[in-house]
Design a protein around this ligand. Structure first.
Ligand code: ZN
Length: 174
């Protein structure tokens, strides 16, 4: 059965709920639908597209924690777009790039790591963007969002429609 990602009013992911709970919250006017699955739910009184992501209409406060530095979180920060050519890709076609190469003392940190497609990564090689004649579409920064609560479903089971909202609690292995 499909699960629904619950977001705070700030679009920060809070938790995964079942669809019945999501429908209840929707009917109580506590949430709005942000993303839908293709499938419809039918009952005697209504037909509705199954929500994939819902957003609370009132703020829920949570303790802040830094976003973990991980491959998935880098992709999420960059919206799965190569930061050189600007194209969107699936995670299997993406890698991450040290803007200032490691060989030149570039650090493995938020401000020096960007999402990069395999093609651009090959083209850039061990060069700086300037040397390679490439430009970043956006200056990388540390995300200000808090991480999602621990997500226990496997990465491959994550619905496409959740991707823009999730930060993963998986550390980047270097
Ligand atoms: Zn690219």
């Amino acid at each position: 059965m499909e699960h629904v990602l619950l977001l705070n009013i700030t679009y920060e992911p809070l938790k995964i709920i079942n669809w019945e709970k999501a429908i209840t919250l929707l009917f109580l006017e506590k949430v709005e639908v942000v993303e839908e699955y293709g499938r419809e739910i039918h009952s005697i009184s209504f037909t509705i597209k199954l929500p994939a992501v819902v957003r609370l209409l009132r703020m829920v406060k949570r303790p802040k924690a830094p976003v973990k530095f991980s491959r998935q979180n880098i992709y999420t920060r960059d919206k799965y777009r190569c930061q050189y050519c600007g194209e969107a890709f699936g995670s299997e076609e993406l890698t991450y790039d040290h803007v200032i190469p490691k060989s030149r003392g570039g650090l493995t940190e938020w401000k020096n790591i960007v999402t990069c497609c395999v093609g651009c990564n090959r083209r850039k090689g061990g060069l700086t963007p300037r040397e390679a004649g490439m430009r970043l579409i956006r200056k990388p920064s540390r995300p200000t969002w808090m991480p999602a609560v621990r997500i226990t479903v496997g990465t491959s089971n994550i619905p496409q429609s959740w991707r823009d909202y999730l930060y993963w609690n998986v550390e980047l292995l270097e």
